[in-house]
Design a protein around this ligand. Sequence first.
Ligand code: ATP
Ligand code: ATP
Ligand code: MG
Ligand code: MG
Ligand code: MG
Ligand code: MG
Length: 237
Amino acid sequence: MAKSRFEYVREFETHDVLLPQTYIVVRIDGKKFHEFSKHYNFDKPNDIRALKLMNACAKNIILKYRNDLILAYGESDEYSFILKSDTTLFNRRRDKISSLFVSIFTSNYVALWPKFFSDLPLDIKHLPCFDSRCVVHPNLQSVKDYLSWRYVDTHINNLYNTTFWKLIQNCGMTPQESENRLSGTLSSDKQEILFKDCGINYNNEPEMFKKGSLITNKGEILHIDVIKSLDKIFEGF
Ligand code: ATP
Ligand code: ATP
Ligand code: MG
Ligand code: MG
Ligand code: MG
Ligand code: MG
């Protein structure tokens, strides 16, 4: 192709290549999903349709790049994709990996929306969007710690959200009263409030809410105790 005198500006483009032999984690997160979930009247604290839609989008990414991925893990409006340390996907260019993962995820979210929210079309003024980042991890231990961090986060958030919403839905508290009631409480206190005030045994809540969703590189969706299963999950990686 002919070169123009303008082409020198291409030299201004830099490509951040992620360090070889390191694990790459791509995490995407919904932009302002607190508002988004309000607009589309998500069930609180957990809308099953929305969680299943997130899982379906992540599963399609796994199936598309299964040779490069170890697993995906998601909760709420976020998903993490853990890539193999020897992947050469997009020549390990940070921009390409980050932007293509989030754009494939978002286009899937929009395309699959009607399958999960059949009676509720997307509104052009309230379209879903996600941010994305790539983080490299130098060894398998830090990858395991990363996954454990997200897993513990799922538990902490879900226990809080479940108690917060049940106090409103079952006990007639206002959001402010519920927040005040939970201020300074430990996990065990929240489980007790749920049981004594709301008649709910946290252990009986759905596994997907309590544990998040882990998708293997075969596309299997699991709701398991991630910390107890780390060795098995990363066997061979
Ligand atoms: P930011 O743009 O900074 O990420 P955010 O509003 O998306 O802001 P998050 O910390 O990502 O904040 O939290 C996501 C919020 O989206 C949750 O707090 C919850 O209100 C809502 N949400 C996401 N998924 C669901 C779901 N499946 N059911 C009900 N609510 C959900
Ligand atoms: P890459 O993933 O590397 O960007 P690509 O196939 O998208 O690969 P580009 O150099 O971006 O390659 O070129 C985009 C190609 O898409 C064009 O060469 C053309 O074949 C096709 N294309 C894009 N827009 C149109 C259009 N409006 N009408 C017809 N063809 C189009
Ligand atoms: Mg965020
Ligand atoms: Mg968000
Ligand atoms: Mg989030
Ligand atoms: Mg192109």
